[in-house]
Design a protein around this ligand. Structure first.
Ligand code: ARG
Length: 461
């Protein structure tokens, strides 16, 4: 492609470190779409002949078909996807192929291709996250009133409902989708026509190519257009946060499915056995989902470090953006799908959950609240009295709602039998009707709201 200036071929190791075709061939559909838009614009503006543009577009479609059918012979000597596509175009249509690269460079080309690619992946991720949210909403609806322990410090804290716990993740994933949507909106400006770094003297129409490729507008600074990769960084940051959410949930699945917790059962579809221990049911899908965040957040760090200190404009360093981004986006896609599968598959165990919810004096706060509400005690005093009652119950190895009233009255004589209306885990969750609280009626309402939003506002995918 640059034979005019060069007389010798690159060293073998030069070719090896330089070539990106091994991974950037994934960008072929975007490369072809962008080249078609560019060729059409060059004809529209009279920069090339209409007949040449038609031949180029037809030829590019053929190249695209060859690639889609796996019939394309990618060449490492041609470095990257852009040169592979253009070289094949030359073989297919001859001279007009050479006019395609007028008023553009691989620098604006690769930025455009990658933006198109990342945009598609964002849409697909958002759609997959919506499916996961919907699966969680279904579980929340089924288990709106299933009582389970809520934890802080992984110590029993207060009873909550299983549905409420599911909807906590639905909220997180909703924000993840919001972050992806923000990244999408910011990336959606077209770099094509920035050329190598300075723009071009040809009378191109950048608004036309931007519009053809579904961008909201052309980018406004040619140097910036070819030299930043913040659109990938931002997407990887959003992906990392999302992966952290999935990893926390995965950890809960791992814990919940142990015999010690017994909160959920996973079927054979989402567990594996051991080659030596016949009793085992290992939650491998959850463990791998928990682990994927390492690669995803690692990709974000990796590209941050690549970009740090790079002077404007394009440097080949930026070719390192692709492998990590591909791996991160693939990993997140897989983790979302696996999590959706596990949510559908998991069977919460209401009896175990309820028993666990009642253990650890988890309704002590309800007792303290009763003392405040009925006896008008200051909360700090109520906290102290309740602490003494819990100690008395612990001494007899009894849960709070089984401790004889007389023992409570020994600590605080004004306590009446009415206190028994607040001490069970079921009563506890039912009372938590404050906005955002865990009460079953809240969960039902919130789940219905989410269902409506998810079913009506399906993002493009
Ligand atoms: N394969 C290159 C990349 O991914 C394309 C841009 C090459 N530009 C250049 N001036 N060598 O970054």
């Amino acid at each position: 492609m640059w034979g005019g200036r060069f007389s010798a071929s690159p060293a073998e190791i030069m070719e090896e470190i330089n070539a990106s075709i091994g991974f950037d061939k994934r960008l072929a559909p975007q490369d072809i779409a962008a080249s078609k838009a560019h060729a059409a614009m060059l004809a529209e503006t009279g920069i090339i002949e209409k007949a040449d543009a038609a031949a180029i577009i037809e030829g590019l479609d053929k190249v695209g078909a060859e690639i889609a059918e796996g019939k394309f012979a990618f060449s490492r000597a041609l470095e990257d996807v852009h040169m592979n596509v253009e070289s094949r175009l030359k073989e297919l249509i001859g001279t007009p192929a050479g006019r395609l690269h007028t008023a553009r460079s691989r620098n604006d080309q690769v930025a455009t291709d990658f933006k198109l690619y990342v945009r598609d992946r964002i849409d697909a991720l958002s759609a997959a996250l919506a499916m996961l949210q919907l699966a969680m909403v279904r579980k929340a609806e089924e288990h709106a009133a299933t009582v389970m322990p809520g934890f802080t410090h992984l110590q029993p804290a207060q009873p909550v409902t299983f549905g409420h716990h599911m909807l906590a993740y639905v909220e997180m994933l909703g924000r993840d989708r919001g972050r992806l949507a923000d990244a999408r909106a910011r990336l959606n400006e077209c770099p094509l026509g920035a050329a190598a770094l300075a723009g071009t003297s040809f009378p191109i129409n950048r608004h036309l190519t931007a519009e053809t490729l579904g961008f909201s507008k052309p980018t406004d600074n040619s140097l910036d257009s070819v030299s930043d990769r913040d659109f990938i960084l931002e997407t990887l940051a959003a992906a990392s946060i999302c992966a952290v959410h999935l990893s926390r949930f995965a950890e809960e699945i791992v814990l919940w499915s142990t015999p010690q917790f017994g909160f959920i059962k996973l079927s054979d579809k989402f567990t594996t056995g051991s080659s030596i221990m016949p009793q085992k049911r290992n939650p491998d899908a959850a463990e791998l989902t928990r682990a994927k965040v390492g690669r995803i957040a690692g990709a974000f760090q990796s590209l941050l470090m690549v970009m740090k200190g790079l002077p404007l404009a394009y440097s080949k360093d930026m070719q390192e953006d692709k492998e990590v981004a591909f791996d991160a986006l693939d990993s997140l896609t897989l983790a979302i799908a696996a999590t959706t599968g596990m949510v559908d598959d998991m069977q919460p165990q209401p009896a175990t959950l309820l028993a666990a919810a009642g253990s650890g004096y988890s309704t002590a706060t309800d007792l303290a609240d009763w003392l405040v509400r009925v006896l008008k005690m200051p909360f700090r005093d109520a906290h102290h009295v309740t602490g003494r009652i819990v100690a008395a119950a612990e001494a007899q190895n009894l849960p709070l709602d089984k401790l004889p009233l007389a023992d409570m009255q020994a600590v605080e004589p004004r306590i009446t039998a009415d206190v028994l209306t607040v001490l069970s885990p079921e009563q506890s969750v039912e009372s938590r009707v404050s906005h955002g609280g865990t009460a079953p009626q809240n969960v039902v309402k919130m789940a219905a709201g989410w269902r409506k939003r998810l079913e009506s506002d399906q993002p493009k995918g």
